[in-house]
Design a protein around this ligand. Structure first.
Ligand SMILES: Nc1ncnc2c1ncn2[C@@H]1O[C@H](COP(=O)(O)OP(=O)(O)O)[C@@H](O)[C@H]1O
Ligand SMILES: [Mg+2]
Length: 260
């Protein structure tokens, strides 16, 4: 099968700042990638390109077989599920949870006068249930805890049955219980053959869900390493990525890292 995402020689510059430098990256339809790297490494920029919400300065980005710059990105964006802090900020606080998810069928935030049908409603109910949020459909978004909000955002990203799911720091700001609950749901998603290809950005190896298959390590706009998780995520590659000696340990498919 054709890859869902293919970046070749992708460089992104803003003013005299090079944010990404010569990135080559291929994501296949059954892959579950984690993208790791320090603050400012370019992770969000990489995800924004993959979501067809930005164009590269140089190189080629092919998303779901469509090369950016040659296609109507509006159609393409609907086929890519995205969850990010910027999108969460665009959700009207008083929006009902059910509508937060439903509006993704049209690629918008904030319910207005769109027509929805029973299929959309069934889909919204199913994705909310998959993240344990079916009991919250009438709650206003602002009343949710941070963990509940994160789960609703991922449900929203899955609403339009995307072929590629991009999660930018989905576990940020969660307490231990919230994180573990989210990781459980992501492990289930990762293990389901019907799920789309998944790319998840995180700062912490502790947040890599069991069942993820690949890793891309980014430092200051450069790819340090990319490939199958077991061979890519090592003490050596992490040390290079974070610019200090790091020891990585693994237990039962979960990782932890410390300096030293
Ligand atoms: N629109 C922009 N204009 C100029 N610099 C930017 C812009 N967007 C991001 N940057 C810079 O690019 C670098 C990478 O940002 P980002 O992709 O958000 O990193 P990360 O998500 O890994 O923390 C940062 O130094 C940031 O300040
Ligand atoms: Mg970021």
């Amino acid at each position: 099968m054709a890859p869902v995402l293919e970046m070749t020689g992708v460089t992104l510059r803003r003013e005299d700042n090079t944010i990404l430098r010569g990135v080559d990256w291929t994501v296949d339809s059954t892959d579950r990638w984690v993208v790791l790297g320090p603050n400012g490494a370019g992770k969000t920029t990489l995800i924004t390109l993959a979501a067809a919400r930005m164009h590269p300065t140089e190189g080629s980005v092919v998303v779901l077989g469509e090369r950016l710059g040659e296609v109507d990105v509006q159609d393409l964006r609907i086929r890519v599920g995205l969850s990010s802090a910027a999108l969460a900020d665009a959700i009207p606080p008083q929006e009902r949870v059910f509508d937060v998810v439903m509006t993704a069928a049209h690629g918008i935030t904030g319910r207005w006068r769109e027509e929805y049908d029973g299929i959309d409603e069934d889909r919204a109910a199913a994705v909310l249930a998959a993240f344990g949020m079916d009991g919250y459909r009438d709650r206003e978004f602002w009343t949710l805890s941070e963990g509940e909000r994160k789960r609703v955002q991922i449900a929203r990203a899955l609403m339009a049955d995307p072929e590629l799911l991009l999660l930018d720091e989905p576990a940020a700001g969660l307490d231990l219980g919230g994180r573990e609950e989210l990781l459980g749901a992501l492990t289930e998603l990762a293990g389901d053959r019907r799920s789309p290809a998944i790319v998840m950005v995180t700062h912490h190896v502790e947040e890599i869900p069991v069942g993820f298959t690949h890793a891309l390590l980014l430092r200051d706009g450069d790819v340090v390493a990319a490939g199958p998780l077991a061979e890519t995520l090592t003490s050596e590659s992490l040390s290079e990525t974070y610019g200090m000696p790091v020891t990585l340990t693994e237990s039962g498919g979960r990782y932890s890292a410390r300096r030293g």
